[in-house]
Write a protein of this length. Structure first.
Length: 279
């Protein structure tokens, strides 16, 4: 049995995971112990610090499938080379630039951002992504506030195209540049919820309330999300226990046994788990 099962701080999902690994090892070796509506871009030129809110299946086949949500967005969320930002190359390219040249690039980036905003307003989200990306590739790294806005704006366009994983990455870059950027946290929370990342979503809404205690959507979310998280966890636990039982029965059947011969019990004192055998 995994040593982790003997520890106190372990969730039901981790218990199931460890038991599954034990059964997989037994099978292989014969050994082992038994959306989102992004906020309007009309205020995109404001500072991001503005806090106002507006065969017999194998074990690997059974347990290593992508989740339904991940599969749904897998194709649309693959970041293309045209969207990638190589900040290492940007840093190298800026080493020989004068401050005046960097200022000129900053002005060009601002114009590209405006073009991206205009494209967003008319619903041309692909073009808006292109313009924000062009701006990110020319805007000097020292202009962190402007770069945070560009990443956050680009996330809004990606959300409109249901590229939620990419939007999460852009929002994450935005808050890395400015950890008080409320709008970036809000858009990331929306994207997390769209991809069923409810725990991460709740964490972002809590952060939003730290920045703006009057944020209505965040207040509603911290009431709405916990029951959904609990319901999801219970459903996951039931599904995993069912899969674990099916796998166990396949392994035990040649020996005239089934999972009914084994009982998982939690020690009331140590809170660890043990498996008891019964005829």
């Amino acid at each position: 049995m995994s040593e982790r099962l003997k520890t106190n701080n372990i969730s039901n999902e981790e218990v199931i995971e460890d038991l599954t690994k034990d059964l997989e090892m037994s099978l292989q070796t014969g050994e082992g112990d038994f959306v989102v509506n992004p906020e309007s871009t009309t205020d995109e030129n404001k500072s991001p610090k503005d806090k106002t809110s507006k065969d017999i299946p194998t074990a690997s086949n059974t347990f290593n499938d992508e989740t339904e949500i991940d599969s749904k967005y897998e194709d649309s969320d693959k970041e293309s080379d045209s969207d990638s930002i190589d900040e290492t190359s940007l840093k190298d390219a800026e080493m020989d630039l004068t401050e005046d040249e960097k200022a000129e690039r900053q002005v060009i980036a601002e114009e590209l951002k405006r073009a991206g905003n205009e494209s967003f307003k008319i619903g041309d989200f692909d073009r808006s992504i292109e313009k924000y990306t062009e701006a990110l590739r020319i805007c000097p790294l020292q202009y962190t506030t402007q770069r945070a806005i560009l990443y956050c704006n680009r996330s809004a366009s990606k959300m409109k195209l249901e590229k939620y994983k990419q939007a999460i990455k852009d929002c994450t870059k935005a808050v890395e540049l400015d950890d008080t950027y409320l709008k970036a946290y809000y858009r990331r929370a929306q994207s997390y919820e769209a991809t069923d990342k409810l725990d991460e979503c709740l964490a972002d809404y809590k952060k939003i309330l730290e920045l703006d205690p009057s944020h209505k959507e965040a207040h509603a979310a911290i009431i709405r999300l916990p029951p959904l998280i609990e319901e999801r966890n219970e459903k996951l636990k039931t599904e995993m226990l069912g899969k674990l039982k099916d796998l166990g029965n396949m392994i035990l059947k040649p020996f005239g046994l089934s999972t009914e011969n084994f009982k998982l019990e939690q020690d009331p004192e140590s809170k660890g788990y043990k498996i008891n055998f019964k005829q």
